[in-house]
Design a protein around this ligand. Structure first.
Ligand SMILES: Cc1cc2nc3c(=O)[nH]c(=O)nc-3n(C[C@H](O)[C@H](O)[C@H](O)COP(=O)(O)OP(=O)(O)OC[C@H]3O[C@@H](n4cnc5c(N)ncnc54)[C@H](O)[C@@H]3O)c2cc1C
Length: 281
């Protein structure tokens, strides 16, 4: 533990899976509890931060914290199986053990959102780091103007957290689209920017955009928002790069001058825009 009482970023805490919820094919939400909560300060995080989840004998992966920041009783992570570590994580069951290093990184700029209209744009698993934002905004709904959440996924089966939408829709405008419909889908079909095109943005200069998803989706969403008059200084995105140390030492996640594990993953668009245009970065 550090002198300030924070858990040191190198310290791996033992945790256990309390429950597992299947969100979509290959996507699971793990509810985790610390093995010995009495021995550690309560786990607190800012929306947008991530943990390094360690599967003993397999490795570590950066995974966003996807639960409600005000709930310190457990910790949620939504994981899509793409490789070694994430496959082990999504195969875990209640009682499985793992290690947690974090919370790490810089989260969303909620402190700059008072009185503003909020536009959240999520693609696929990109809704995971934005779900804590939704919880935080709903908890203090009176502090913000109009809130819109635009969600895109490849197919209806890939849409995350559907069980929560009706509660969200009481206080915020939730719009959903899929790239490819299936038989039971009556909703919108098309990429997420098509939702943005028909969204009324009545106070563009007072609107904050936060987006997470495939980089090309974020790029076109940001361009569409800027075309509607949203200021580039009010645009924030969460960027994914290979992260190893999680604390700005190894350099694996470098993007131009940014070390995204330390300076991000949430970054202001103005700061990273020149580097996003370079394919190889
Ligand atoms: C800040 C941050 C937050 C993240 N949050 C989540 C989350 O909430 N849920 C989730 O499912 N995933 C999340 N990821 C992505 C996750 O870290 C990778 O999918 C994971 O590291 C892959 O590890 P693996 O051992 O399973 O796969 P590997 O065997 O290492 O790789 C499998 C494939 O995934 C690619 N890959 C590996 N790591 C990354 C990465 N960091 N970014 C992009 N592609 C990668 C590899 O190039 C390869 O094609 C996040 C990544 C970052 C940087």
């Amino acid at each position: 533990m550090t002198a300030t009482g924070m858990v040191h970023p190198w310290q791996c805490r033992n945790a256990r899976v309390r429950s597992v919820h299947c969100e979509a094919p290959d996507v699971m939400t793990l509810e985790l509890v610390m093995d010995d909560p009495a021995a550690a300060p309560p786990y607190r995080f800012e929306p947008g931060q991530f943990n390094m989840l360690y599967v003993p004998g397999v490795g570590e992966a950066a995974i966003s914290i996807s639960g409600d920041p005000s709930d310190t009783s457990s910790l949620l992570h939504t994981v899509r199986a793409v490789g070694n570590v994430t496959r082990f994580l999504t195969n875990m069951t209640a009682g499985s053990c793992l290690g947690i290093r974090g919370p790490l990184g810089v989260g969303w700029p909620l402190s700059q959102c008072d009185g503003k209209d909020i536009l959240l744009v999520a693609g696929g698993i990109g809704l995971a780091p934005l779900r804590p934002v939704v919880s935080a905004l709903l908890a203090d709904r009176h502090r913000y103007g109009h809130i819109s959440l635009l969600v895109g996924a490849r197919t209806p089966k890939d849409l995350l957290y559907r069980r929560e939408w009706s509660a969200w829709q009481k206080d915020i405008d939730v719009q959903v689209t899929v790239d490819r419909a299936d038989d039971g889908w009556n909703g919108h079909v098309g990429v997420v920017t098509t939702l943005l095109d028909r969204l009324p943005v009545s106070r563009p200069e007072q609107t904050v955009l936060m987006t997470c998803g495939p980089e090309v989706m974020m790029w076109y969403s940001i361009r569409a928002a800027l075309d509607r008059g949203v200021r580039s200084s009010a645009v924030w995105l969460s960027l994914e790069r290979h992260m190893n140390c999680g604390v700005g030492l190894c350099g694996h996640c470098q993007l131009g001058p940014e070390l995204l594990c330390r300076d991000g993953p949430v970054v202001p668009f103005d700061r990273v825009a020149p580097f996003l245009k370079v394919d190889s970065l």
